[in-house]
Each structure stands twice: as structure tokens, then as C-alpha cells.
Design a protein. Structure first.
Lengths: 313, 411, 302
């Protein structure tokens, strides 16, 4: 059953790769206001409210002044819109003696996220390709260990990794942090890439082998051009994960490389008397802005990519 | 202002002429990020910058819990900072034993720390195998009850003068819609409050028997049972605080939403930032007004061993600047703590600080639990008391039994 | 190259597939040095009395005895079990139902999908902070409902020890179900239209088609989803710290937090390692047989 199912799925892909883009299937919608439609849209709208409520509260709060927050209702729109909290979160909020807000960490986050994302994806895609197409003895064992590794809490690994990085002489450097992100991104990414490459038609690979193409030639000339969707998925997952990381950013680097999340933590956790919720919320939205933009821009490709990569186990 | 920093610079150049020529950047990590704390640390930075070097601030918010692992990882990972704050006592013991920290004995002898640092237990906590490894910067005592005068006025009862009066006044506060006792949710606050109750109710000797001698019989005995009874009262009075951070709890007192808070003298910095005056807007009762004894824990700076010659010199300059009388006064006034040297003039000290200084001068002091217990035992204690204070169904008897077990296992 | 891969000559055994082996070096190093090595290292040191720094002075099972006698550890385990169970069930059910709704040729699919997925872009720290606020009885949902007239309405999960773990669950589901929905939606899109047609011709009701035919066909998606959800459950830490710091009291403690607190706050590495070893053992008992069947055991591609 299983075999047949997955085979039929593969053939479905081969037959019409564009079908994924063609959108939903299911029964054709009937009349506009049928009972069925009311149930579907009703449920989706209610659920959407649950998802949107926190964002709404965050935005509204970030536009209020502190006096209004103290007396007011958190769901009410601001009576008087102020951008003060945004300015403060970005450029003025203090941690200890440094009063330059989140702006300090923004470029650091970029400097960490870009190389970490590129390198971790490059490594994982080649791994996945080797696992899917060039199986060698023991590969499954290593892969199994890798997947189990996905379940190890990061905190447990801090000590061993401090030791490894120290022995490599890269502790406290950007290189060290990139290595750490590559390591912890590897399990899930390798799983995705392995599944994706395994799902590509085998005939392509065989034909290339017959033509005498080797490991790297096939990877760069055949596999890579066909893998845009899964690369988008990997990129989204990595950008989100690395951008949002706090623990590694603070443990494995020094202050000149501290990412934005460290400043966010500092702003949120250093309380000067009363918690400035409006500044906290503005800082929160600013920190989340980059992954959010990535999602809004490439959300469509995300589902397509997952459809292609994660379907087959 | 200008004159003072000039004088500071002058003093430093005279004291240590050999390093005035180079400006060296020294990264200093600490977890002082609340309003009063940040203002205080700025004084330290100013004093160090005045020596011609540069203080690179490495503040990590979220109290010691977030910051310490990062500091320790960096020191053991071979990428140490120039200097770092710890609560002195046993937190850095092993880093010293592993040879990762700078020995400050020469500087200490040259500047005669043994004579000037009072009480001497502070320096003892920095001393491991006869060598000195840290520079204490302040004395923090835990044993204070902070009361909001406005809250008691609103409830129509006089401001209490001791713990018993406070407990008696609680119903009036509750009737006025005021939480009698503010207590934040962070575990160390609950554990600290219990230690304070212990000194106040059972006295100095019992405290020392339990925490210094680790006598489990005393810990399981009737004296401590009384303390647990009082803690049970405190638990009842603190219901409804619903805040996490200590300074949010302090803020409840500042705004009159809560009657009082058991918290260390660092709370004073928050009152100051809020523009309140001791004796007028708020009242402080050392030893809960029962037993005027204060503990002398505090903060200290440790200096990791660095290879860079210049930075190593700058470390000594920093250590010396921290203990400079002027720095001590400026820093401690902002921080709400007491200076580590008895020979400085604290003319600007307010009511509460004076009370503290008097008690210190009388020698009514105990060591802080941070100095007496390992962080491990401290953490177990925190787990116990945060559970006790949050869970009304846990009886004082059960809690005492577990407390005695922790003391029995402590090293 | 082709001659090599045929692999007939013995001396070439190691050179066979050489490029693939070279390409797998990062994975092998990560698996062996970091995950396996780190695990062994952790297990070994869990039998020592290491404090701040790792030291090889063995104390037998002392750390484990203390661990299982600690009320906080027991509560952590219970919380993880409750959180894990409900998180898994709700994530899968909500994710699947939403995906099925989204797959009904609806309008504004992109909008709905973006709305459901965006929380995943936010970190747990942020998620925890926002929900801590929404669930705060003084100005969150409770106070709003009360101000509308239901003055006895009570909803303060983060301050009630009995239900605090569900308060954390609400935030976790908010953050994670969007991704699950996307995974499921992707799976549904991978199912052949003909299957639906056949089911309709046979007159099988829609819900039955889903349960009996579609879900079994989506095995791959369910496995990927399961790995992602389950690994997130075991690791849950930031969310708890941001929302409750384990409170009230120790009512919302989780194992990962116990590990972290004892390793770094209590400076008792041995205790922290003993706790993490217990976590690893539990994970291994559940995962290894399954992972072996799934990824090992010579299952061929396709």
C-alpha cells in the first residue's frame, strides 16, 4: 500500500510539475452562500482572528503612549498615535551603558544570518544529495544519528561545543557561530533535501551517469537547477531560525557580534521601573520584521517547496 | 562635574604613571541593567575612562541567571572579557582553581586592601589559597522591609515598625484593596525572603548554625519551625502580586499598590530613580525591624587571565579604580549599596543608608548565603521556596523537612 | 568512474563512491563528533560530581538518585508529558483540519495561509512575551471580558498552577500550527485528483475519504511533521522562560529548563548532565526503533 502510494505520488509529480502551482483541488465550489461555504469561511475567519489578535495588540500597543497603556484597554486602537516607542526601540533604548537600541544589532544579525544560511544550506543540500543518490555503506547509520540529534536540547550541547570550538581555535569568532548554526540546521535540512532529491525522477540521474557525469557534475548541472522550491523552503527555515536565535548568538560570540535578539532580550528584560510595553512591542515587531518580510514575499513558494520535499518520507 | 573627573584622572596618573600613555579598551561584563543599576555602573565606567583607558560595556540583561552562563562559557572557551561581575562568594571558585583568573595579590598588597576593606569577610571571600582574586565593589544586604507610606495612609493604619505590626496591619491593607506584601515570581526572591525572615525571627546564631555549620538538627528544629510559620504568613500576604521581576514588585510598593516588600538594599536605587525620599515617601526597616542584623554579601569584579600585556595592566588599573574612595562613594550612592571601605565619607547618604552604615559600624553583620552555600544548594533552596510561596497547599512542616534535607546535603 | 562504482575490485572498496563520502564529511563529523561524541561525553560526566567545570571524579549513580528525588524534576516530566501529548494531538488535528479547509478551492487562500503562517516567523521569546501579556489577568483577555459585564469571568492560566501548562500550550499552538497546516496542505496537494474522483464515484462520504484513504497516503508528510513537532516539544524552553519562567512556583517547569538551570545557575554540571542523559535516553527509546525502520534497514529510494 505504502509503496504504491508513494509511487503514484512520484508519478503524479512527473506528469505535471506545474500542478502544484495550479492550486487547490477538491470538490468544485457550488453556490456562493451554501451552508458548506459558510462553514468553511466562517471557520477560517474565526481561526484567522486567533492568529491575528496578538499581532493586532502588538501594533496597537506600540503606537500608544505609556499613560494611555496604563489606563486603557489593550484591544482599543490608540487615541493618539505616537511613533516615539518605535524610535526609542530602534535607536535609544538602553542596556547598561549603551543607549542605541536595536540598531546596534541589526547589521550583526545580517552578518550572522547571511553566511550561516548559505553555508548550512550548501552543506545540507550536498549531504542530502549524497544520501539520496550515492548511497554508501554506513550512510544510513550516520543519518539516523543526525535525525536523533534534532531532538537534543541545544542547552545540553553548549559545553561540548564550547570545547570543540576552543580546540579548533574559533571560539568567539563569527566563523565559530556559522559552524554552530550549520551543525544545528543540519538534521532537518538534510532530511528535507534527501527527501526532495529522492523524489526526483531516477531516470534523469541514470541517464547522466550513462553519459559519464560524476558526483559534482550531476549535482551542479542537473540537481541544482531543479531544486529551486526546496532551496526556498530551506532558506526560509534557516533565515527564521538563525535570525531568531538568541542562545548561540550570545554564548558563542563576543559583544561586537551580538545579534539583534540580544538587544531585544536586553530591552525586554531590563526594566526601568515600569515595563514600557509600547517600546517592548515595537522592538518585538522590528526584530521580527526580517523573517516576516521573507514569509510574506515567499510564502507561496514555501508551500510549493514543502509539497515537493516533505511529502515522501 | 568637570573638576571631579579631572581630579580623578589626576589621581590615577599619579598612582599608576606607567600606563597613562596608552588607552586600552577593556570589555567589562555585568548584569546591571535596571534603572538604578545602570546609573551606578556608569560611575564605574566614568572612573575607569578617567584613567585614560576605555570601558567597553558588556551588559547582559535578565539578571545573573542569563548572564553567568555566558560569562563562564566565554572564560572557559578561551575568549575571556577584560573583567566581569560576579556575586562574590563561591560562584567563581572553580574558575580560580582552574587557573583562569588573574591573581590580584600584588596590587592588593601595594594598595593595602587588607586594611581598607571592611568588613574583612569581603576580602576573605575573594581569597582562595591565600591569594586574592577579586575586587569587591559594594556591600549588599538583604535584610530590609520596604514600606509604602502612602499605602498605609490609604488603609488608615500607622506605618508598622516591625514585622509583627506589619502582619497585624495586613487586613486593613487588604480591605483597602492593597496587596500587603509584594513578591516577584523569580525563584531567588522567595529564597531570599525566607533567609531574611530567618535572621529576623530566629536570630544570628541560628542563621549561622544552619548556613555556615550546615547543622541539619537546627534546620529541622523548633526555631526554624517558627520561621516557617512566619513564611506561611508572608505567603498569605503576598497572594496576588502577579509580577516576575524584583523591580516590578518594588514598583508596586513605589506606586502604593502594595504595602511592603522584603528585598535587599538594591531596591533603594529604584525608589531613588522614582524620585521618592526615604522617611517621607517610603520607610525601611533593617532586619524587618526585629533583629537589626545585616548580611554583607555583594558584588565583586573578577579579572580573567589575559595574554595581552596592555590589557593585563589595564585590568589592574580598573581594579584599583573600583576601590578608589571617590568611585566607591559615587557608585554606591547610585546603587543604594554600602561602600566596601569604612574610610570614605558618605555625607550624601540618605536615611536608610545611614541605618545600614550604623549597623555595619556596630558589627552586627552576618555573611550572605551566597558566601556560605554553593550555588547548587542555593538553587535547591530556590526551587523549594518558589514552590512553597506559590503553592498554598504545601504545609510549613513539609517544607521544613525538605529544607533540612537540603542543608544536610549541602557542602 | 563507472568502472569504480561497479565496485568489483576489492582494493577500491574505500574509494568507491569517494566523492559522496567526501561530500558527507560534514554530516559524518556532525553526527559522530557533535551528536554522538557530545552525548557520550554528557553521559560519562553525568556519573561525576562535576560542578562548574567538568571533572572526572566519579560518584556512581548519586546524581540520578538526587534527580529522581527532586520534586521539580518530577513536575518537569509531568509537564512535558501533558504538554507533549496535547501539543502533538492539537497540532496534527488543527493543522490537518485547516489544511483540508484550505484545500477546498477557496478564495483568498494566500491571505489565509499567510495569516496562519506568520507567527512561525517570530521567535519563542516574542511569542512568549505577547501571550504573557494577553493572558495577564490585569489587562489581558480576562479584564476585557470583565469590562464587558461578565465580572466573574476568570481566565488567568499563567497565574494558576493547575492550568499553567495549558497557557503555554495556547501560545505554542499559535506559533506552530501554521507550519503544520502548510506541511499538511502540501501533502494534500500531492494527492492524485483521480483518488478523489474514484471516492466520489463510489459514494464514499468526504470525511471517510480523508480518514481511510487520504491520511494513510500522506504517511511521508506525517513523518516529517512528527519529527518537526516532536523535536520542538522535547526542546521546549524559551517559551516557558518568556511566559512564566517556570512559575507560578515550579508549576510550569520543563526538563530542558531543569538541565539549563542546574548546569549553569546551580553550577552543578553533574546534575544537569544526569537530567539531560535521562532526556536523551527517553528520546532514544522512542526514536531509535522508529528511525531505524524509517531511514535505515536498506529501504531503497522511490
Amino acid at each position: 500500500m505504502d509503496k504504491i502510494a508513494s509511487n503514484s505520488m512520484v508519478s503524479a509529480y512527473d506528469a505535471s510539475p506545474d500542478r502544484l502551482a495550479a492550486g487547490p483541488r477538491g470538490r468544485k465550489p457550488r453556490r456562493r452562500l451554501s451552508r458548506r461555504n459558510i462553514i468553511i469561511y466562517g471557520t477560517l475567519i474565526v481561526v484567522s482572528l486567533y492568529y491575528l489578535l496578538p499581532l493586532y495588540v502588538m501594533i496597537m500597543t506600540s503606537l500608544k503612549g505609556m499613560p494611555e497603556i496604563r489606563v486603557g484597554n489593550i484591544f482599543a486602537p490608540p487615541l493618539e498615535i505616537t511613533f516615539e516607542p518605535w524610535v526609542k526601540a530602534w535607536a535609544e533604548a538602553c542596556t547598561g551603558l549603551n543607549c542605541d537600541g536595536l540598531s546596534r544589532g541589526f547589521w550583526n544579525s545580517v552578518r550572522i544570518t547571511v553566511p550561516s544560511t548559505i553555508i548550512s544550506i550548501a552543506v545540507a543540500s550536498v549531504n542530502g544529495y549524497a544520501l539520496a543518490n550515492w548511497r554508501f555503506k554506513g550512510a544510513d547509520l550516520f543519518f539516523t544519528i543526525l535525525i536523533i540529534g534534532a531532538f537534543i536540547p541545544y542547552q545540553v550541547m553548549i559545553y561540548p561545543i564550547v570545547i570543540v570550538l576552543r580546540e579548533m581555535g574559533v571560539y568567539g569568532t563569527l566563523t565559530g557561530l556559522v559552524i554552530v548554526h550549520t551543525i544545528f540546521g543540519m538534521p532537518i535540512l538534510t532530511l528535507l533535501f534527501r527527501n526532495y532529491f529522492a523524489g526526483l525522477p531516477e531516470e534523469l540521474f541514470k541517464a547522466a551517469r550513462v553519459d559519464g557525469a560524476g558526483f559534482w557534475t550531476i549535482y551542479f548541472k542537473i540537481m541544482l537547477p531543479m531544486s529551486l522550491p526546496i532551496f526556498v523552503v530551506a532558506m526560509i527555515l534557516q533565515v527564521t531560525g538563525i535570525w531568531n536565535d538568541f542562545l548561540f548568538g550570545v554564548v558563542f560570540t563576543r559583544p561586537e557580534y551580538y545579534p539583534m535578539t540580544v538587544q531585544l532580550n536586553n530591552i525586554v528584560n531590563s526594566v526601568q521601573g515600569v515595563k514600557e510595553y509600547n517600546v517592548n512591542m515595537a522592538a518585538t515587531i522590528l526584530t521580527g520584521a526580517v523573517p516576516l518580510v521573507v514569509y510574506f514575499v515567499s510564502g507561496r513558494l514555501f508551500v510549493r517547496g514543502i509539497a515537493a520535499g516533505a511529502v515522501k518520507g | 562635574m568637570k573638576l571631579r573627573s579631572l581630579a580623578g584622572a589626576l589621581a590615577a596618573t599619579v598612582a599608576l604613571p606607567f600606563c597613562a600613555a596608552h588607552a586600552t579598551d577593556l570589555e567589562v561584563t555585568h548584569w546591571w541593567t535596571s534603572g538604578g543599576e545602570a546609573a551606578a555602573v556608569a560611575e564605574l565606567a566614568k572612573a575607569f575612562d578617567a584613567t585614560g583607558n576605555k570601558w567597553v560595556d558588556g551588559a547582559i540583561a535578565g539578571s545573573g541567571g542569563t548572564a553567568r552562563p555566558i560569562m563562564i562559557s566565554r572564560i572557559t572557551g578561551g575568549d575571556p572579557m577584560g573583567a566581569t561581575q560576579f556575586n562574590h562568594g563561591r560562584q567563581a571558585e572553580e574558575l580560580v582553581q582552574a587557573g583562569l583568573m588573574r591573581d590580584l595579590t600584588d596590587l592588593a598588597t601595594r594598595e593595602n586592601w587588607k586594611e581598607i576593606i571592611k568588613p574583612s569577610s569581603l576580602l576573605d571571600s575573594c581569597t582562595i589559597e591565600g591569594k586574592i582574586y577579586c575586587a569587591p565593589v559594594n556591600i549588599h544586604s538583604w535584610q530590609w522591609l520596604w514600606l509604602s507610606n502612602a499605602a498605609f495612609k490609604k488603609a488608615g493604619v500607622p506605618v508598622p515598625k516591625n514585622w509583627d505590626e506589619f502582619v497585624a496591619a495586613a487586613p486593613a491593607l487588604e480591605k483597602a484593596g492593597i496587596i500587603p506584601l509584594a513578591l516577584g515570581g523569580q525563584p531567588w526572591q522567595a529564597a531570599g525572603a525566607f533567609d531574611v525572615l530567618m535572621v529576623a525571627i530566629a536570630g544570628k546564631d541560628v542563621f549561622e548554625n544552619v548556613f555556615a555549620k550546615k547543622d541539619e538538627e537546627v534546620a529541622a528544629g523548633p526555631e526554624i519551625a517558627k520561621v516557617f510559620k512566619a513564611a506561611d504568613d508572608a505567603r498569605r500576604l503576598s497572594k496576588g502580586s502577579n509580577v516576575q521581576d524584583w523591580n516590578q514588585a518594588t514598583n508596586l510598593v513605589i506606586t502604593g499598590k502594595a504595602g511592603g516588600q522584603i528585598m535587599g538594599d538594591w531596591a533603594q536605587g529604584e525608589f531613588q530613580v522614582a524620585g521618592q525620599k526615604a522617611g517621607v515617601d517610603y520607610t525601611c526597616l533593617p532586619g524587618l525591624g526585629v533583629n537589626e542584623v545585616i548580611s554583607t554579601g555583594g558584588d565583586a569584579f573578577y579579572f580573567p587571565l589575559l595574554e595581552d600585556e596592555e590589557k593585563s595592566k589595564a585590568q589592574e588599573v580598573l581594579a584599583s579604580a573600583l576601590l578608589n574612595p571617590k568611585t566607591q562613594v559615587a557608585f554606591n550612592l547610585k546603587k543604594g549599596s554600602l561602600p566596601v571601605r569604612a574610610d570614605v565619607d558618605l555625607a550624601a547618604a540618605n536615611d536608610c543608608m545611614r541605618k545600614g552604615l550604623d549597623i555595619l559600624a556596630k558589627g552586627n553583620v552576618i555573611q550572605a548565603t551566597d558566601q556560605l552555600l554553593s550555588p547548587d544548594s542555593q538553587k535547591q533552596k530556590e526551587d523549594l521556596f518558589s514552590e512553597f510561596f506559590a503553592n498554598p497547599s504545601m504545609t510549613p512542616e513539609d517544607a521544613q523537612k525538605r529544607f533540612a534535607e537540603i542543608i544536610a546535603a549541602a557542602d | 568512474m563507472t568502472a569504480l562504482t561497479r565496485g568489483s575490485a576489492r582494493p577500491n572498496q574505500w574509494l568507491r563512491n569517494l566523492n559522496a563520502k567526501i561530500a558527507s564529511i560534514p554530516m559524518i563529523l556532525t553526527a559522530v563528533v557533535i551528536f554522538l561524541g557530545g552525548t557520550i561525553w554528557t553521559v560519562v560526566y553525568s556519573f561525576t560530581n562535576s560542578k562548574l567545570l567538568p571533572r572526572l571524579s566519579f560518584v556512581g549513580l548519586d546524581q540520578y538518585e538526587r534527580l529522581w528525588a527532586a520534586p521539580r524534576w518530577i513536575i518537569s516530566i509531568q509537564n512535558l508529558a501533558v504538554y507533549g501529548f496535547f501539543s502533538l494531538i492539537f497540532s496534527l488535528v488543527i493543522g490537518f483540519v485547516l489544511a483540508a479547509l484550505m484545500d477546498q478551492k477557496i478564495r483568498f487562500e494566500n491571505t489565509f495561509r499567510t495569516i496562519m503562517l506568520y507567527p512561525f516567523a517570530l521567535s519563542f521569546i516574542v511569542t512568549g512575551l505577547v501571550w504573557q501579556w494577553l493572558l495577564n489577568p490585569q489587562f489581558g483577555i480576562q479584564s476585557i471580558v470583565r469590562s464587558l459585564g461578565w465580572t466573574s469571568f476568570s481566565f488567568d492560566p499563567l497565574y494558576n498552577a493547575d492550568i499553567v501548562i495549558y497557557g503555554i500550550l495556547i501560545a505554542a499552538l499559535w506559533q506552530g500550527t501554521g507550519l503544520v497546516m502548510c506541511l499538511m496542505l502540501a501533502g494534500l496537494r500531492g494527492i492524485d485528483e483521480d483518488i478523489w474522483k474514484a471516492a466520489r464515484v463510489d459514494g464514499i462520504p468526504m470525511w471517510k475519504t480523508y480518514v481511510l484513504i487520504i491520511i494513510p497516503m500522506m504517511r511521508g508528510v506525517f513523518i516529517t511533521t512528527l519529527v518537526i513537532i516532536a523535536s520542538g516539544i522535547v526542546k521546549v524552553y524559551d517559551l516557558v522562560v518568556a511566559q512564566t519562567s517556570g512559575g507560578p512556583g515550579i508549576a510550569s517547569e520543563v526538563p530542558a529548563k531543569y538541565v539549563y538551570d542546574y548546569m549553569f545557575l546551580a553550577q552543578n554540571l553533574g546534575q544537569g548532565f544526569a537530567a539531560s542523559t535521562m532526556m536523551l535516553v527517553t528520546v532514544a527509546i522512542i526514536i531509535v526503533p522508529w528511525a531505524y525502520l524509517e531511514f535505515g534497514g536498506g529501504r531503497k529510494r522511490g
